[in-house]
Design a protein around this ligand. Structure first.
Ligand code: CDT
Length: 312
């Protein structure tokens, strides 16, 4: 069988503060890219909304001097991000980057792109599962207004790239098994996930102490149950007073974590992955063709919430 090794990097970011300019952030991304180049990384993955602070924590209409558009990109590459595309192309490194997208038609998405080693965009994913709420909620210490600021994406596409089949997901998507299964049904062997996860979960703070465990639990299960490599990349640390989870990792199809960050700041972790390992799982225990029972899974797509049996 052909050798299908890939050296992959997860470029965790520490906090990005509100007054940090795009150019300053791009310099940080370039620093991690240079480190990746030194380590001969072929594909580097940056977090969700990697160009700005995690602005859904604010009800922006009420914030003095803040405009929602300031956090969005109209062009990709744009004036400042062009430098990242050029440098990555020069090094021959592919990358995956999350950002807030404003389309020509005025639509807003939480988006992640996959860029090939020649600098061309091969794939664009728009976040499907938008967590949080739509309106200002005064009882919260901070807001989580993704449902106000973004429109939901619709599908989980996959792409032939980097000698593999690649899929992407963003943050809250990683908690839903449907994400991984849809991507794996599109042949994904490599799933790239950026995230911003505030450790304090206001609707149920008893979950706060499990933030790290839940993060790894869902991605390790997604990798194993679908015979995929999963790369989870955080923007962590204390950003504008809100602590977010770090714990970026690279996970093998066995479900094992093979690389793990150990800081809350800008940090590159890397691993050599053998994409042929996916077959060990995809052609045995999780041989979809042989063992899946879609005729028994109708509820997955025909209903949203639970429908209880009638009481007897
Ligand atoms: N960015 C993102 O999707 N964060 C959510 C936070 C929890 S819900 C308010 C997450 O699932 O990590």
């Amino acid at each position: 069988m052909d050798n299908r090794n890939l050296r992959i990097g997860a470029a965790q970011l520490g906090p990005i503060h509100r007054n940090e300019t795009r150019s300053e952030v791009v310099e940080r991304l370039l620093g991690l890219l240079r480190e990746a180049h030194k380590k001969q990384v072929q594909l580097i993955v940056y977090p969700e909304l990697a160009l700005t602070t995690f602005f859904p924590r604010w009800f922006i209409e009420e914030e003095e001097g803040l405009s929602l558009d300031d956090f969005f990109e109209k062009d990709m590459p744009g004036k400042e991000t062009r430098k990242l595309f050029d440098a990555a192309k020069e090094y021959g490194i592919g990358f995956c980057l999350g950002y807030a997208e404003l389309t020509d038609g005025g639509e807003r998405f939480n988006t992640q792109i996959l860029v090939d080693s020649d600098g061309s965009i091969v794939g664009k994913y728009r976040k499907v599962h938008l967590p949080g709420h739509e309106e200002y909620e005064s009882w919260r210490e901070f807001q989580h207004l993704e449902r106000r600021y973004f429109q939901a994406g619709e599908t989980f596409p996959t792409w032939q790239a980097f000698g593999s089949v690649v899929g992407m997901a963003l943050c809250n998507d990683r908690r839903w098994p449907e994400t991984y299964r849809c991507l794996a049904l599109g042949g994904a062997e490599l799933i790239l996930i950026g995230y911003n996860t505030p450790i304090h979960y206001a609707p149920d703070p008893t979950q706060d102490k499990h933030a790290s465990f839940h993060n790894h639990l869902v991605m390790q299960a997604g990798a194993y149950q679908n015979g995929c490599f999963v790369v989870g990349v955080a923007k962590g640390g204390i950003e504008e007073g809100v602590e977010s989870l770090s714990d970026s990792c690279i996970i093998a199809p066995s479900g094992e974590i093979i690389a793990l960050s150990d800081t809350d700041g800008d940090e590159l972790i890397a691993a050599d992955i053998d994409l042929n390992l996916c077959k060990n799982y995809k052609k045995t225990l999780f041989d979809f063709d042989r063992y899946r029972k879609p005729e028994s899974y109708g509820r997955i797509t025909s209903q949203t919430g639970a429908i209880l049996p009638e009481e007897t």
